[in-house]
Write a protein that binds this ligand. Structure first.
Ligand code: RFL
Ligand code: PHB
Length: 394
């Protein structure tokens, strides 16, 4: 591939944010180039999100990449909360007037987006080294990087920072130009992916005296399970046998009994964090997705926020190029942050409700118990939870 020297929008990062933005821009007739530091295989190897809101499914539809999701994705109109060995169903469809979520892995969405991009011949530079961004305070920003030992400069009108939490874009913003808000949780999630049938047709979020667990899935034959673990745990400390034994201890007796176990095909530990940077626009640099915010995975909101960010951004750039309106770009940060803070609240609340907190003895624990008791016996409380879980409107 010839590496272009100029484009309209330079997108940094080929995760779901960058790839979806690229596809939405292409559909609006806006040239873009994606610069990614890893290989495509590496990006596909990261096992992450599994639950897709309707607004994300709609964005994939607009991007022209929803065919396989419609065919293979699993529609879920409820999930269960298992509290100290007893299961309670949250009936999403009934509580939200017919809404549902789709269980379809981030890996599959990423693969669909990569394939669409390759089919349409859109430029993506993988294994770009030393990526740096310049002059985004001016009308002529630039991206510089090295590929196969050769230095390249990409001139552009705008830079989209879709390069995740550890990327270069947010780090390039002068310290005084933004504010960050952060909460670190005192535990992580140990995740296992295995080719075994899921323990139940629906997701089960588990709170037990031994800590949180989650039973999720990717298909009728592939399961994804998580355990709350200590931050000083290493993946190597957890054999498959130990993982399954600990999961069984946290489940209710019926689920523990019917759990099918097998060899893990992926095992990893993720720390839990809430993080937001404000604003998300710096001249001609726009941050989107994990580059601007992180949620703990309990609410299943990270990928969904990435999709709403890039939907707002694509709409704003479409208006700029095709109707010469600057309003969408001017309002991008404010619009995106309004949705982000509500998802931050929900993810923090659901995380606080379901996990064991070392510091939570006494009053904190009583508050958690009262909150759970209220939720399980109040229809309006369940409706609020369901409304947030299926996703607030964009
Ligand atoms: P990504 O996916 O991190 O992609 C960023 C890309 O940028 C590249 N990059 C660079 N490229 C060029 N130059 C540089 N200097 C670069 N630095 C980095 C990286 O290589 C990478 O390819 O961010 P993006 O696109 O914003 O997507 C965000 C989502 O990945 C994330 O929010 C979700 O995975 C979060 N998440 C979930 N979200 C949901 O909506 N539903 C879920 O069920 C859900 N479950 C999860 C999750 C995240 C998890 N982990 C491990 C954090 C479950 C887990 C366990
Ligand atoms: C997942 O399947 O990976 C998953 C599902 C729901 C969550 C988080 C992760 O809340």
């Amino acid at each position: 591939m010839n590496i272009p020297q100029s484009t309209r929008v330079a997108i940094i990062g080929a995760g779901p944010s960058g790839l979806l933005l690229g596809q939405l821009l292409h559909r609006a007739g806006i040239d873009n180039v994606i610069i990614e530091r890893q290989t495509g295989e590496y990006v596909l190897g990261r096992i992450r999100a599994g639950v897709i809101e309707q607004t994300t499914a709609d964005a994939l539809e607009r991007a022209g990449v929803a065919t396989r999701m419609h065919r293979e994705g699993l529609l879920h109109d409820g999930y269960e909360l298992c509290i100290d060995g007893q299961r309670h169903r949250i009936d999403l469809a009934r509580l939200t007037g017919g809404k549902h979520v789709t269980v379809y892995g981030q890996t599959e969405i990423t693969r669909d987006l990569m394939e669409a991009r390759a089919t349409e011949g859109l430029p993506t530079v993988y294994e770009a080294q030393g990526v740096s961004i310049h002059d985004f305070g001016s009308a002529h920003p630039e991206v510089r990087f090295t590929k196969d030992g050769v230095q390249h400069t990409l001139a552009c009108d705008f830079i989209a920072g879709c390069d995740g939490f550890h990327g270069v874009c947010r780090a390039s913003v002068p310290a005084g130009a933004h504010r960050t808000f952060e909460k670190i949780y005192p535990f992580g999630w140990l995740g296992v992916l295995a080719d075994v049938p899921p323990v139940s047709d629906e997701l089960i979020y588990v709170k037990s005296p031994r800590g949180f667990a989650l039973c999720s899935m990717r298909s009728h034959t592939r399961s994804r399970y998580y355990l709350q673990c200590s931050l000083d745990n290493k993946v190597e400390q957890w054999s498959d046998e130990e993982f399954w034994a600990e999961l069984r201890r946290r489940l209710d007796p019926a689920a523990a009994e019917s759990l099918v176990t097998g060899a893990s095909i992926e095992k990893s530990i993720a720390p839990l964090r809430s993080f937001v940077t404000e604003p998300m626009r710096f001249g001609r640099l726009f941050l989107a997705g994990d580059a601007a915010h992180i949620v703990p995975p309990t609410g299943a909101k990270g990928l969904n926020l990435a999709a709403s960010d890039v939907s707002y951004l694509a709409e704003a750039l479409d208006a700029w190029y095709n109707t010469h309106s600057e309003e969408g770009l001017a309002r991008y940060s404010e619009r995106a942050l309004a949705r982000i803070w509500k998802a931050e609240r929900f993810s923090w609340w659901f995380t606080s409700l379901m996990h064991n907190f070392p510091e939570n003895a006494g009053f904190g624990q009583k508050m958690q118990e009262a909150e759970l008791d209220y939720l399980l016996h109040s229809e309006p409380a369940q409706a609020t939870m369901a409304e947030n879980y299926v996703g607030l409107p964009m």
